[in-house]
Structure formats: structure tokens, C-alpha cells
Ligand binder design. Structure first.
Ligand code: NDP
Length: 256
């Protein structure tokens, strides 16, 4: 039973890609607010480490191995969650990846992999979560976009297309499912120090300097910087907030 605005006691959250990076930071935030967490990733050992991390915060956690691009695998994820934890209140569609090539050298296979992992997965997971949320009288879906939901990216056209799509998909399910008391919103992270951006720093000359110069906060984000927005959007504090996209970027997107 919730006692304060941001309290998630008794709630159950699935965090895709919650076994590292931004997903783990948000999972920790939800766990600190009282939620039980399902860590949904491909790498079982990494997911089990994340579960131990969450358990040190005093929360219940479960690792489920899933490929978010695979409908049957995602159906299993929801089934195991309901069986083991009894309910599903919060879904964070966070799993993602990038292939860095400009459009003229990007292969069609890589295009499909990026779109499937970053965008189609949000459709598959949201659709799979919907019946449980509807039957329970409501839920929260949080989709992870990017600065590339706003800007183009010459070095990552499929990534930018997938993240632009995330914002419009979020608005669409917010409209469809408002009557079911399901709120759907996006978080648009700025440049966060994770495995994903560590490889970007290696591949894109001048990226580190560009990020530091252009981010008014003059630093890279860390994975715990996303937790506040995630807890807000997962909690009753955001019950009248739906279909929106919140940048958490140290001010990066304020300068066009
Ligand atoms: P990481 O590479 O650290 O994490 C990505 C996560 O996604 C991993 O846990 C990985 O799990 C999981 N994942 C990838 N593909 C699949 C799949 N098919 N099925 C299940 N899980 C999968 O990256 P970040 O933490 O940086 O990124 C998390 C999200 O944040 C992504 O959507 C990314 O686009 C977005 N983002 C990141 C930014 C940044 O600056 N870091 C900025 C803006 C957005 P496993 O290892 O088990 O495969």
C-alpha cells in the first residue's frame, strides 16, 4: 500500500536491459522506492549480478533471460513475472544498442537489428504487458528514447530513427491505453557513461570534448542520474502525466 507520492511498495517492475548501464541505474531507483524488480536481459550471469546488487538495497529481485526482439521470449518474461511475483505494474523498455555507420555504409541487416532491438521491442513488450496492467486497473510504461529522439545522427541513422519512433510510439499507446489507467511516457537520456557510450567514444573522434562542451552541466551523466525521472514516471506522482518525453540530459537538448 502506497504511503507517499513516490512510494512503490508492493509494485512489480520489469526493466529490460536492467542488467547494466542505464537500466540498472533505474532498477536501483525503483528498488529504493520499494518496488520488486525483474531484471530482463540476455546475459544470464550479468543479470544475476544485477539481482544481487538490487537485493543489497533490500528489494526483491528476479533475473529472467529474454531477447526483447522475440515475441515468445517476451511472453515467457511476462508469464514468469506474474507467476513468481504475482503482478506487473511497471514496464521500462530500456534494452537498446547501436551500430555506427552513416546511411551510405549501413547494411540492411544492421538497420533491422537496431530497429528491432530499440523500437520493435518496445511494441512487443508493451503489448505483452498490457493485459496484466489492464486487468489490474492500471500501469506505467516508460520507454527510453535518446537525444537522437530530437536530433539526427549522421553516424547512427537507424539508432536515431528508432529513438524518434519511440517518442511517437509512446504517444500512441498513451492515447490507446489512457482509458485503462495506463500512463506511457518516455525518458530521453543525454550522454551517460555506460558500455554503449564507451565504445562510441572510441569510434567517434572528438565525442568526449563535444559532450563536455555542449552539455551545460559540463559532465557526462552517470547511470543513477536517470533514477529520479524513472521513479516519478513509475509512481502515482505522475498519474496525470502521459504521452510525454522528459529529457534527462544536463541541459544538452536546450541548445538547438
Ligand atoms: P548498455 O549497453 O550498457 O545496456 C544495454 C542493455 O540492453 C544491456 O543490458 C543489454 O543486455 C540489453 N539488450 C540489448 N539487446 C537486447 C535484447 N535483444 N534483449 C534483451 N536485452 C537486450 O547501454 P545503456 O545503458 O547506455 O543503454 C540503455 C538504453 O539507454 C538504450 O535504449 C540506449 O539506447 C539508451 N540511451 C543511452 C544513452 C547513453 O548515453 N548511454 C543515451 C540515450 C539513450 P545484455 O548485455 O544482456 O545483452
Amino acid at each position: 500500500m502506497q504511503t507517499t507520492l513516490f512510494d512503490l511498495t508492493g509494485k512489480v517492475a520489469i526493466v529490460t536491459g536492467g542488467n547494466g548501464g542505464i537500466g540498472l541505474g533505474m532498477a536501483r531507483g525503483l528498488a529504493r522506492a520499494g518496488a520488486s524488480i525483474v531484471i530482463a536481459g540476455r546475459n544470464k550471469a550479468k543479470s544475476e549480478d544485477a539481482v544481487r546488487d538490487i537485493e543489497t538495497l533490500g528489494a526483491k529481485a528476479l533475473a529472467v533471460t529474454v531477447d526483447v526482439t522475440d515475441k515468445a521470449s517476451v511472453a515467457d518474461l511476462v508469464e514468469v513475472t506474474l507467476k513468481q511475483l504475482g503482478r506487473l505494474d511497471i514496464l521500462i523498455n530500456n534494452a537498446g544498442m547501436s551500430v555506427r555507420h552513416p546511411a551510405h555504409t549501413l547494411s540492411l541487416d544492421d538497420w533491422h537489428t537496431v530497429i528491432d532491438t530499440n523500437l520493435t521491442s518496445a511494441f512487443i513488450c508493451s503489448k505483452a504487458a498490457y493485459p496484466a496492467m489492464k486487468d489490474a486497473g492500471g500501469g506505467k510504461i516508460i520507454n527510453i528514447g535518446s537525444m537522437m529522439s530530437i536530433f539526427g545522427a549522421s553516424f547512427a541513422p537507424a539508432y536515431a530513427a528508432s529513438k524518434g519512433g519511440i517518442v511517437q510510439f509512446t504517444k500512441s499507446i498513451a492515447l490507446s491505453w489512457a482509458a485503462d489507467n495506463i500512463q506511457a511516457n518516455a525518458i530521453l537520456p543525454g550522454w551517460i557513461d555506460t558500455a554503449l557510450t564507451r565504445t562510441a567514444r572510441e569510434q567517434i573522434p572528438g565525442l568526449n570534448e563535444n559532450v563536455l562542451n555542449r552539455t551545460p552541466a559540463k559532465r557526462w551523466g552517470n547511470i543513477d542520474d536517470l533514477a529520479g525521472a524513472a521513479v516519478f514516471l513509475a509512481s502515482s506522482a505522475s498519474d496525470f502525466v502521459t504521452g510525454t518525453a522528459i529529457p534527462v540530459d544536463g541541459g544538452y537538448s536546450t541548445q538547438g
